[in-house]
Design a protein around this ligand. Structure first.
Ligand code: PHE
Length: 361
C-alpha cells in the first residue's frame, strides 16, 4: 500500500513540475500509458490472490482517477498561462491612428457616375453594360451610319486587327467610340418597354485639354409606345437640375444631327463667368452638355423592333465633362495622370454620399 502512496507522490510531483502541455503529455504517458507505471501495476493484479487483488484493484483505480484529476487541473493552469503570455506579447493598440499614406480616395469619375446613376434610378432607369471591343455593326451600321458616311471618320476610331467572326469571315474590330453601341445590344435582346442608362468607357484617337483617347460616357435609352420629345426634354431637365443642384437651372435644346436620332438636339445649360470662374446657373452664357434625340426608325428596324408600334428617345453625355463642370476641374487630361496630389484634392471620401439635393438659386 505504502508503495502506492509513494508512487502517487512521485507522479503528482512530476505533473506539477510539467511546464508546458508537451511535458505534461509525457508525464501522462509515463504514468497511465500502455507501458506506464500505473498500468504495469494493474498488470500484476493477475498474480495476486482474490482478496489482495480486490483491495489492490480498488486502490489502483483510485490512484488512476486521482492522477487523471491532477493532470486535468495542471492542463487548465498551463492553458491559462499560455493565453496570458500571448496576451502579453501580442498587444495591439487600437487607439493608434492609421498611417496617413494608406488613405485612399474615390476618383471623381466614380463619384460622378454614382451621382448620375442615383438620379436616373429615381426616374426608373436601370443600368446596362456592353463590350468595349465592338464590331462595325454595333458601333456604326446598326446606328444608321451609312457606309462611307463622314461621321464614321469624325469618330477618330481605334481599329484592331481583323479577327474571324462566327462564320469564319474576317470581321472589323474596334474600340467603341460611344456607348450608343449598348442601345443596339439591349434592343436586340430585350423586348420594350426599355428604360436603361449605360455608364462606360469609350475611345477616340484624340488628345488635348478637352480630349483623351479614353473617356467615359453615360448613355440613356427609353423605348415604349408613347414616349415623345416632351418626355425627353423633361427627363433631361430634371436630371441637370438635380445633378448640378440648381432648382431653376436654365436649359435649352438646339437642333443638331446624329445618324441614329431624328429629330436630334444638343442640350445647353445656363452659366456665367465671374472673374474667370465658371458658375452653373443664371448668367448670359450657354454651355453644351449632351446630345439627344428621338430614336431613328431605321435603328429600331435594325434591332428587330417595329417602328410603327414602338418609339422612344436616347441621350449621351461625357461623364468627365459633367464632372469638370460641377467640380471645377479645368483640364480633362488630369483625370488619368494618377497624380496623388490631384486625387487628394479632387477625390472623395468613402462616406461621401452622391449629392443630389436641390439647391435654390
Ligand atoms: N453617341 C453620341 C456621341 O457620342 C451621343 C448621343 C447619344 C446622341 C444618344 C444622341 C443620342 O456623341
Amino acid at each position: 500500500m505504502s508503495n502506492i502512496e509513494a508512487l502517487k507522490k512521485e507522479i503528482v510531483e512530476t505533473v506539477q513540475a510539467a511546464n508546458d502541455m508537451q511535458a505534461l503529455e509525457t508525464v501522462r504517458v509515463q504514468a497511465l500509458g500502455k507501458k506506464g507505471k500505473v498500468t504495469d501495476l494493474m498488470k500484476s493484479l493477475g498474480q495476486m490472490d482474490p482478496e489482495q487483488r480486490r483491495e489492490m484493484g480498488q486502490a489502483l483505480n483510485r490512484l488512476k482517477d486521482e492522477i487523471t484529476g491532477e493532470i486535468e487541473t495542471r492542463a487548465a493552469a498551463l492553458k491559462r498561462k499560455e493565453l496570458d503570455e500571448r496576451l502579453q506579447t501580442e498587444k495591439l493598440d487600437m487607439t493608434l491612428s492609421p498611417r496617413p499614406e494608406q488613405q485612399g480616395s474615390i476618383h471623381p469619375i466614380s463619384q460622378t457616375t454614382e451621382e448620375m446613376i442615383t438620379i436616373f434610378a429615381e426616374m426608373g432607369f436601370t443600368v446596362a453594360e456592353g463590350p468595349e471591343i465592338e464590331d462595325d455593326f454595333h458601333n456604326f451600321t446598326a446606328l444608321n451610319f451609312p457606309p462611307e458616311h463622314p461621321a464614321r471618320q469624325m469618330h477618330d476610331t481605334f481599329y484592331l486587327p481583323d479577327a474571324p467572326d462566327s462564320e469564319g469571315e474576317a470581321a472589323t474590330r474596334l474600340l467603341r467610340t460611344h456607348t450608343s453601341t449598348v442601345q443596339i445590344h439591349v434592343m436586340q435582346n430585350q423586348k420594350p418597354p426599355i428604360r436603361i442608362i449605360v455608364p462606360g468607357r469609350t475611345f477616340r484617337s484624340d488628345y488635348d485639354m478637352t480630349h483623351t483617347p479614353m473617356f467615359h460616357q453615360m448613355e440613356g435609352l427609353v423605348i415604349d409606345k408613347t414616349s415623345h420629345m416632351g418626355h425627353l426634354k423633361h427627363c433631361l431637365t430634371v436630371f441637370c437640375r438635380k445633378y448640378f443642384g440648381v432648382e431653376e437651372l436654365p436649359v435649352r435644346f438646339r437642333p443638331s444631327f446624329f445618324p441614329f436620332t431624328e429629330p436630334s438636339a444638343e442640350m445647353d445649360i445656363g452659366c456665367a463667368v465671374n472673374n474667370g470662374k465658371l458658375e452653373i446657373g443664371g448668367g448670359n452664357k450657354w454651355m453644351e452638355i449632351l446630345g439627344c434625340g428621338m430614336v431613328h426608325p431605321n435603328v429600331l428596324k435594325n434591332c428587330g423592333i417595329d417602328p410603327e408600334e414602338y418609339q422612344g428617345f436616347a441621350f449621351g453625355m461625357g461623364i468627365e465633362r459633367v464632372a469638370m463642370l460641377k467640380y471645377g476641374i479645368p483640364d480633362l487630361r488630369t483625370f488619368f495622370e494618377s497624380d496623388i496630389r490631384w486625387l487628394r484634392h479632387y477625390g472623395f471620401g468613402p462616406s461621401d454620399q452622391p449629392n443630389t439635393a436641390l439647391r435654390a438659386e
